[in-house]
Every structure is written in C-alpha cells, then in structure tokens.
Unconditional design. Structure first.
Length: 82
C-alpha cells in the first residue's frame, strides 16, 4: 500500500561561476571537504589539500575569461502524507 498521497521529484542543475586560483577546491573546502579536513592534522592535511587540489584543477579548467564553471546537480523529493 502506498505511503504517500502525492510524490513530486525533480532535478535542477545550478551553474556556479567561480573566480580565483583553483576556485572549485576553495568551494569544496568550505562545504564538502569540511568534515574531512577537520580530521586531518598537519602534514597529512596539507598533503591531502595539495593532491586533491591537483585533481580538482585538472577536472575543472578555467574558461577563456579565467572563470571556472561548477555544475551542481540537485534532486528534490516532496511527498505528502495520506
């Protein structure tokens, strides 16, 4: 038996236009990487940031105008009870 009266699901892509050196790394350091970086200390933290930063910079190249696009996909689900 269904547990919801209605169910709405949709996907949205957000395009963030970022400036600066390795801006996607900076973006992730303020969100996604926070719990990881809190657990790493000293040299381990520095090494992780350097190696991760190299991978991110290779994956997110700046455009001709020097800005970098970061696409963030979000899935939203809204259910109403019966």
């Amino acid at each position: 038996m269904p547990q919801a009266a209605t169910l709405d699901i949709w996907e949205t892509e957000y395009q963030h236009v970022l400036d600066g050196e390795n801006p996607v790394l900076q973006w992730f350091m303020g969100s996604l990487l926070t719990p990881v970086l809190e657990r790493l200390k000293g040299g381990d933290r520095d090494t992780f940031i350097r190696l991760y930063g190299e991978k991110v910079a290779a994956a997110y190249k700046p455009r001709a105008d020097g800005r970098t696009l970061l696409t963030m996909r979000r899935i939203f689900i809204v259910a109403t009870a019966r």
